[in-house]
Design a binder for this molecule. Structure first.
Ligand code: 13P
Ligand code: SF4
Length: 337
């Protein structure tokens, strides 16, 4: 490593145990650039009595370096309920911070970059949901957590990619509206058919800009170029991609699959940081790394997490008029086991 300042040398020393966890995926030179921020964030968490919740798509220096609780959207929502700290920093996108605030209204919830959005959350408004209710009277509306609090408030219940089939089945009806992710809804419909269920899903037109880019052709190429590779896909991918994969599941589902099956070689059809985060502690598996970057998730950096804790910005607030109804939709989801 080149010459570093006295302060960075001290930060490197204090963060050495953390670096050990990510040394397979972050070169020493790069860690030297992160060490001061990691060290400062660890200190700030104590002085602010703060916890950092991080989605599986955060970069490894955040995921392994400073996060207290990591997981998929469902785990982050569940964990948010039990947080006792005064401050929650959401290392994820805006709808995740809103969900944490809904479940923990008395805590200060911060998002390090207010522009960290989501193409799915952008694709539907509260008014769109009201129009659907008029169009399909009496049909329950299941809303993906990747939506604004205002949209959740108009919904009957939320779901994530990790529990969508269970949530739809829990309603005990023969028709549901699922929004906004068209592909997730189609994949859930296919799962229900495979289970022998007659429930019909009315879909919407939203897509994840990251997962919609994968195609069955990509899978053919991965298999040709990497003989024996196992292909795991996220259910936000188009149904023909899911059909050509060996398994489809939420980000946690994919991690669990890798742990249960210990494949020699795997490709995760999802956001880029997933493979880095999972690979860091699973050197026995070779992760083939073609992936798609989520520009919204990548807005969250060590530097803006540090700034967020230093200045207690940007605080997430939800109008009183929608809080109770939106929380009800999320709590109904969490209650389904
Ligand atoms: P999960 O982590 O719930 O699978 O969600 C993936 C995603 O795209 C979140 O934005
Ligand atoms: Fe939204 Fe897709 Fe990015 Fe997740 S990966 S935040 S669903 S755009």
């Amino acid at each position: 490593m080149g010459i570093v300042s006295k302060q960075t040398a001290e930060s490197l020393q204090r963060t050495a145990a953390i670096y050990d966890r990510v040394k397979n995926v972050i070169p020493p030179m790069e860690w030297a650039a992160f060490a001061d921020d990691v060290d400062a964030i660890l200190r700030l968490k104590k002085t602010r009595n703060a916890v950092i919740l991080a989605h599986n798509y955060m970069r490894p220096e955040i995921f392994h370096g400073v996060a207290d609780i990591c997981g998929d959207s469902l785990a982050l929502a569940r964990e948010a309920v039990d947080v006792k700290a005064d401050v929650i920093v959401m290392a994820g996108v805006h709808f995740m911070a809103e969900t944490a605030k809904l479940l923990n209204p008395t805590r200060t919830v911060l998002i390090p970059d207010t522009q960290a959005g989501c193409s799915l959350a952008e694709s539907v408004t509260a008014n769109d949901v009201r129009l659907l209710r008029q169009q399909y009277p009496g049909v329950p509306i299941v809303t993906y957590v990747n939506t604004s609090a205002a949209v959740k408030a108009e919904s009957d219940i939320c779901c994530t990619s990790g529990n969508a089939v269970k949530i739809v089945q829990s309603l005990g009806v023969d028709r549901v509206i699922m929004l906004p992710d068209e592909y997730l809804a189609q994949n859930v419909q296919n799962d229900l058919i495979a289970l022998g269920s007659k429930i019909q899903i009315i879909t919407y037109k939203g897509h994840c800009e990251v997962h919609e880019r994968f195609s069955p052709n990509d899978i053919t190429l991965f298999r040709q170029q990497n003989p024996g590779v196992v292909v795991l896909a996220h259910p936000e991918c188009p149904p023909d991609v899911v059909a050509a994969s060996d398994y489809a599941g939420s980000t946690k589902g994919m991690i669990d699959w890798v742990d249960a099956h210990k494949p020699a070689r795997v490709v995760l059809l999802t956001e880029c940081s997933m493979s880095d985060n999972v690979a860091a502690s699973r050197p026995e598996t070779n992760f083939v790394r073609p992936c798609q970057l989520c520009p919204h998730m990548k807005r969250i950096t060590l530097a803006n997490i540090r700034a967020s804790l230093e200045t207690l910005t940007h605080e997430v607030t939800i109008p009183d008029a929608i809080t109770a109804q939106a929380r009800r939709a999320v709590e109904r989801m969490i209650a389904v086991r």
